[in-house]
Write a protein that binds this ligand. Structure first.
Ligand SMILES: Nc1c(NC[C@H](O)[C@H](O)[C@H](O)CO)[nH]c(=O)[nH]c1=O
Ligand SMILES: CC(=O)[C@@H](O)COP(=O)(O)O
Length: 156
């Protein structure tokens, strides 16, 4: 018995990506953005097919992502940011609304929204996840976007 399997390949044939990048903690987010773009280009994405949209913070991501998805023209959105816990519960609200909002947009429009937003307790954790000993979450988000674009094309 042969089980039919459908899975996305890591390629970007004529795919259009929009990166939504927040400015908070830019010393970390810049590394996430570099990792994401490097990954996309190395997997065949045309740099001219990439768009970068900058937002103030993670809390503003969902409304920007919703507007981008509504306008159309992209095969996937990659959200890049860093929410670093401070001394108040603010972290919970920013991180929670960010992820909830972008997940809702992804489902509403059937559009992959890769979650490359760090939600960490310390700056050290952020640094570790933006290109040092714990990898680059921006690159990982780009890999997810590549795979999902190809997967959804196969399903359609
Ligand atoms: N503390 C962090 C924020 N806070 C700002 C919010 O995202 C938002 O821009 C503000 O509340 C105005 O609406 N944003 C991050 O991306 N990362 C943080 O660590
Ligand atoms: C995630 C945040 O909003 C946080 O960095 C803000 O810090 P604080 O909780 O000390 O106001």
């Amino acid at each position: 018995m042969t089980i039919k399997t459908i899975e996305g390949a890591m390629r970007a044939d004529n795919a259009r990506f929009c990166l939504v990048v927040s400015r908070w903690n830019s010393f970390v987010v810049e590394a996430l953005e570099k990792g994401a773009i490097d990954t996309l280009v190395r997997h065949g994405a045309d740099a001219s097919a990439l768009t970068v949209v900058r937002v103030p913070g993670a809390f503003e991501m969902p409304v920007a992502i919703e507007r981008i998805a509504k306008k159309g023209g992209y095969d996937a959105i990659i959200a890049l940011g860093a929410v670093i816990r401070g001394g108040t519960p603010h972290f919970e609200y920013v991180a929670g609304e960010c992820v909830k909002g972008m997940a809702q947009v992804s489902l509403k429009y059937g559009l992959p929204v890769a979650f490359g937003v760090l939600t960490v307790d310390t700056i050290e954790q952020a640094i570790e996840r933006s290109g040092t000993k714990a990898g680059n979450k921006g690159a990982e988000a780009a890999m997810s976007a590549l795979e999902m674009v190809d997967l959804l094309r196969q399903i359609d």
